[in-house]
Design a protein around this ligand. Structure first.
Ligand SMILES: Cc1cc2nc3c(=O)[nH]c(=O)nc-3n(C[C@H](O)[C@H](O)[C@H](O)COP(=O)(O)OP(=O)(O)OC[C@H]3O[C@@H](n4cnc5c(N)ncnc54)[C@H](O)[C@@H]3O)c2cc1C
Length: 394
């Protein structure tokens, strides 16, 4: 149960109880720090906006809550708007679809067990950086209050008003996403639909859950609800779904990291830092990976009693070392694919169907680190010939 008594000062205050904030809190509490998490929503993990695709590799690496797993996949089908399709699979890659409410709640229970203090239904409206402490100005039980700590971690997801308050710029680029969950029946694999009239600049997806439920979503540059509506009409015409109505959840995904993720006594992690795979928009894996690096830096700063900008900058050096290559390669790839016409998409899907490319995927594809695969693809001799042919396609 939530205990309403607050300490005068915590070691670390974390703003935002999404998966990244909660995971960070568990790690810090297990290291022996006093951690307060502030969350503006009343309930953890609600509303469920995310598709919840997370690799088995991530589950193993971060010991994630398995009770949230709803289904598992080894393959994804990609459909071109002009009729071709390709199955992407690799025996090494296993992906789970999770119920993000249960996922976040599973992490929350672990954080409570580790001694983390949560304030739910509590909005942080400002952060004041002082020489000797950080102060969070919060609204709790309708009253303005302040809480203090040595360090603050911003894991506020796609809400960026505290960034402005602290001089951090928000991400420069976003995708507009809409998602719905309906009864229906499709194949056994994840399905991805490309095409300029389907999901311009991005893609639509269909993920089968158990018990004949489907999670259906779309990402575009703008107007995602309109594109979702016509995608649902298409799925209905194919007999995948009926005429059932359900709530559509719309939400942006940041596509590029923010310019600076540290300051005196502050670190920024997860979607708040734009640590998201630019190819798919998945953010849980990179967020957790960077959370581990944030914990490393924070623990060092406590050991050395040095919370200066200079000390905390090691977090950014480390996360860039870990994911900047993937981010850069994936941003280039996304920019290139976003401008493909339907003919080029058709040729790309045919290229991916070639036996040699399928073997390359089997050998080098990685669900989380796309940069490595893109590098192998560029080194692959037949790539450039096909690439120029694709670029020339009208
Ligand atoms: C349609 C869609 C599908 C997606 N599918 C996938 C997927 O399949 N796989 C994947 O890996 N990723 C996916 N993502 C991305 C994924 O959901 C995010 O990367 C992930 O939720 C980021 O976690 P986070 O903890 O950084 O932020 P969030 O989960 O956004 O949590 C941030 C929390 O901070 C709180 N908060 C913000 N500001 C304040 C404040 N001032 N005071 C108090 N609390 C505050 C918010 O209420 C929120 O609870 C998807 C996203 C969308 C939109």
């Amino acid at each position: 149960m939530e205990n309403r008594k607050l300490n005068p000062k915590y070691d670390v205050i974390i703003i935002g109880a999404g998966p990244v904030g909660i995971y960070t809190s568990i790690r810090l509490a297990k290291e022996g720090l006093g951690v307060l998490v502030i969350e503006e929503d009343l309930e953890i993990g609600k509303p469920r906006f995310c598709t919840g695709l997370i690799s088995k590799e991530a589950f193993d690496k971060f010991s994630l809550p398995k009770e949230a797993i709803e289904n598992e996949f080894y393959s994804a089908w990609v459909f071109s708007p002009l009729g071709s399709k390709v199955c992407l699979n690799s025996k090494k890659i296993k992906v789970y679809v999770t119920d993000r409410t249960r996922f976040d709640f599973g992490l929350y229970n672990r954080a409570l067990d580790a001694g983390v203090k949560f304030l739910l239904n509590c909005f942080c409206r400002g952060i004041v950086l002082n020489n000797d402490y950080v102060q969070a100005d919060i609204i709790f039980e309708g009253e303005p209050r302040t809480v203090r700590s040595e360090v603050v971690i911003l894991s506020t997801g796609i809400k960026y008003h505290l960034h402005r308050n602290l001089g951090f710029a928000p991400p420069a680029n976003f995708l507009d996403c809409s998602q719905i969950q309906l009864s229906g029946k499709a194949g056994e694999d994840i399905e991805i639909f490309l095409g300029n009239s389907v999901a311009p600049h991005s893609f639509a997806w269909l993920v089968p859950l158990k018990k004949e439920k489907l999670r259906i979503g779309i990402s575009t540059r703008k107007d995602s609800p309109l594109f979702l509506k016509s995608f649902l009409n298409y799925l209905e015409s194919k007999g995948y779904i009926g005429a059932e109505k359900a709530d559509v959840i719309r939400r942006p995904i940041p596509l590029e990291p923010i310019k600076k993720t540290y300051n005196h006594r502050v670190l920024v992690v997860g979607d708040a830092a734009g640590q998201v795979k630019p190819t798919t928009g998945g953010g849980v894996y990179f967020g957790l990976l960077c959370a581990d690096l944030a914990v490393q830096t924070v623990m060092k700063s406590f050991k050395e009693k040095d919370f200066s900008e200079k000390s905390l900058r090691h977090y950014e050096i480390n996360w860039k070392k870990t994911i900047e290559f993937d981010l850069t390669m994936s941003i280039y790839l996304r920019k290139l694919l976003a401008n493909f016409n339907d003919g080029q998409i058709e040729e790309l899907v045919k290229f991916l169907s070639q036996k040699a490319v399928q073997q390359l995927i089997e050998k080098h594809a990685d669900f989380n680190h796309h940069g490595r695969f893109i590098k192998e693809l560029i080194k692959f001799p037949p790539f450039w010939k096909s690439f120029y042919q694709i670029l020339a396609t009208k």
